[in-house]
Write a protein that binds this ligand. Structure first.
Ligand code: F6P
Length: 344
């Protein structure tokens, strides 16, 4: 028996831990594992490596993906769909494990509909995949962003700065809110709510009047200014998702223009640091549990599902219910955030 595995979309810490778990589980039953390179591109071009215990030894703590990753989707084109099917059939794949985020779960569903038996595994630092309490990579990204806020806070404090920290997370504030809370930020501006510049100015002024001489403001990269409809960023060279980034600098400009106060404003964009590095213990454990369940489903069925975690238990969710659907920050977390952050 053979199963396949691939990593799709943007990388994150914990992918290798998941790959290793799949390989350990499958090989313990004498099942061989083909690792397709660069997501569905590797399936289409029949590029893969044989994964076994030796090939995956030592990869557990490593960031990135030993398989490479891409957001390729062959199932939008009849000829490419036929080629992908032909490769999957030739390798007699009993199951194909697709590790990815929202878009990749939609591609996995398209593969399943085309006749390839798939199992999805949710990963993304953004934590915005519907149907699972958390995704591989999120815990590490929050830890990295928190550490950045901690480091930036000491320098902001020494120099009376207004410090704006821009986090990743696209359309939702999972990273911004969690890292802002863990890092003790004064204010968090998640994409879930429009940014009201005059309220941010009032907040900083109120803090200074109270004698607090520095402010830490965390803004999610996808946040919109009140009255605007377009997020800050630019089209990706060569196509693909709109590249978010720059909202922190725009906020700094607006504060400088409108506050009428001589604040030293500094912007720090954490950027891809949030996606890199060694996975946290929690991400290693989650990736391992997901990998084991995904391997079982790939070998024995049922196919067409995504593994997920719900209230501490590993469960399967039909891809038809979760693919391409987004998960905003839940009310509990937002309410807890409102209780500890200053209100703009
Ligand atoms: O989806 C994960 C993510 O890191 C987002 O938080 C971010 O907007 C995006 O990917 C960046 O992607 P890229 O590296 O392709 O610009």
């Amino acid at each position: 028996m053979h199963i396949g595995i691939m990593t799709c979309g943007g990388d994150c810490p914990g992918l290798n831990a998941a790959i290793r778990a799949v390989v350990l589980r499958a090989t313990s039953r004498g099942v061989s594992v083909l690792g397709f390179e660069d997501g569905f591109e590797g399936l289409l071009e029949d590029r893969w490596i044989a994964l076994d215990r030796d090939r995956t030894a030592g990869i557990l703590p490593r960031g990135g993906s030993i398989l490479g990753s891409s957001g390729a989707n062959p199932f939008v084109d009849g000829a490419a769909t036929a080629s992908a099917l032909e490769v999957a059939d030739r390798h007699r794949l009993t199951g194909l494990i697709v590790i990815g985020g929202n878009n990749s779960m939609a591609t996995a569903l398209a593969a399943q509909d085309a006749g390839i038996p798939v199992v999805g595994v949710p990963k993304t630092i953004d934590n915005d995949v519907e149907g699972t309490d958390t995704t591989i990579g999120y815990d590490t990204a929050v830890a990295t962003a928190t550490e950045a806020i901690d480091r930036l806070t000491t320098t902001a404090e020494s120099h009376d700065r207004v410090l704006i920290v821009e986090t990743m997370g696209r359309d939702f504030g999972w990273i911004a809110v969690a890292a802002g809370m863990a890092g003790g930020a004064d204010l968090v501006l998640p994409p879930e709510e429009p940014i009201r510049v005059e309220r941010v100015i009032d907040l900083v002024k109120a803090q200074r009047q109270r004698g607090k001489r520095f402010s830490i403001i965390v803004v999610g990269e996808g946040a919109l200014f009140e009255g605007e409809k377009t997020q800050t960023g630019r089209p990706q060279v060569g196509g693909g998702r709109f590249q978010l980034g720059g909202v922190g600098s725009r906020l700094a400009e607006k504060l400088a223009e409108q506050a009428g106060a001589p604040w030293r404003i500094t912007v720090s964009v954490i950027g891809h640091l949030q996606r890199g590095g060694s996975p946290s213990a929690a991400d290693r454990i989650l990736a391992t549990r997901f990998g084991i369940r995904a391997a079982d489903a790939a070998m024995d069925g049922p196919h067409g599902n995504m593994v997920a975690i719900s209230e501490g238990h590993i469960v399967l969710r039909p891809l038809t219910e979760v693919a391409g659907r987004l998960k905003p920050v839940n009310r509990d977390l937002l309410e807890a955030a409102r209780a500890v952050f200053e209100q703009p």
